[in-house]
Ligand binder design. Structure first.
Ligand code: ASP
Length: 328
């Protein structure tokens, strides 16, 4: 064997060895618990979706999917953590629209949503609701808007930080009624809702996955759903559009991501598990009770998530830039 053929033999041997190792790794995956990182506080809407999904994936994979809440900076700390995690399929991220609003909101973003991840698929779509503390003196949206306009310096709006959907929805609401309010950021809308229940903040825009039970129990006042049509989980609640805010629409979509470089065979296993989990009857029933809707099969694919994310970045970037909201 001459030097050249020796080198190509060694190269081929290494390639074969690494392919076999990769295949064996993928075949044994998952051989230990998988961690699903949630960017917001425990008990909140994203966490509720993540824990239901995690429990269903656990049932399917026969290996525990643990939920870990990494809080801060409107979800960007969690996304950055996963972008830098070992790409072995044991650290995954579930995130919502915040993945697409972050590039416009954060001037110094430590990750690129379009290049630093592997895309697994979308999970469910969740509407939002505009709610207020129980004793706010307004019975419907026009009365609420009139009250806010008369008391704008005293009213505050809670959210889960710059990049959270509660922030996005609140920003659109203020723009729609032409009033600027003081905003109070929390590490998720679970603590924001607790503050609202305690009367410490006045208004919150939040997903039905968390608010439905409070709206039904009457512990908060409900002023509208952010969908074009009323939703099955809250048939008596009007849409914000019905209340006079024409075309007000915010739908919270969720994606599951892995660090860039995760082996293809592992990604396929996670993707198949995700698709089976979202079709699991008990997962679907729980989500439907909370106002969430299933997404199409096409959205549950890597391409479906990636192209959706790109479209959302294109849609929200200019809106956010024109509103002049950002963090240094
Ligand atoms: N609802 C939150 C948001 O505004 C996130 C959460 O706490 O799940 O983005």
């Amino acid at each position: 064997m001459n030097l050249k053929s020796k080198a190509s033999f060694t190269y081929l041997a290494i390639l074969l060895f690494s392919t076999i190792t990769h295949l064996a790794f993928a075949q044994n995956y998952p051989s230990k618990p998988v961690t699903l990182i949630v960017p917001f506080a425990a008990g909140g809407p994203t966490d509720i979706v993540a824990r239901s999904l995690g429990a269903t994936m656990t049932k399917i994979m026969g290996q525990t999917v643990l939920v870990d809440n990494k809080l801060g900076a409107g979800g960007t700390l969690a996304a950055s953590f996963v972008a830098n995690a070992h790409p072995d399929g044991y650290t995954l991220l579930i995130h919502h629209n915040g993945m697409s609003t972050a590039p416009a909101l954060y001037r110094k973003l430590s990750f690129n949503p379009m290049t630093d991840f592997e895309y697994i698929g979308q999970v469910v779509d969740v509407p939002m609701t505009l709610i207020a503390r129980k004793d706010i003196p307004a019975k419907n949206l026009p009365e609420l808007i009139a009250y806010i306009k008369q008391n704008s310096s005293k009213i505050n709006l809670a959210n889960a930080g710059l990049g959270a959907v509660s922030h996005l929805c609140g920003m659109l609401f203020q723009k729609a009624i032409g009033v600027e309010l003081t905003t109070v950021p929390f590490s998720g809308t679970a603590p924001a809702l607790n503050a609202l229940l305690a009367g410490q903040v006045d208004i919150l825009c939040d997903q039905t996955t968390q608010t439905t039970q409070h709206i039904k129990a009457g512990t908060v006042k409900m002023f509208g759903v952010t969908t074009k049509e009323r939703i099955k989980a809250l048939p008596d609640s009007p849409t914000l559009s019905e209340g006079g805010l024409k075309d007000f629409e915010v739908i919270v979509w969720h994606g599951v991501y892995a660090p860039k470089g995760t082996p293809q065979a592992v990604l396929e296993k996670i993707g198949n598990t995700l698709r089976s989990a979202t079709k699991d009857p008990s997962f679907m029933a729980r989500m439907a009770d909370l106002g969430a809707e299933s997404v199409t099969d096409a959205k549950q694919t890597p391409e479906g998530l990636k192209s959706w994310l790109q479209a959302e970045i294109n849609k929200w970037g200019p809106v956010i830039k024109s509103a002049g909201v950002y963090s240094d």
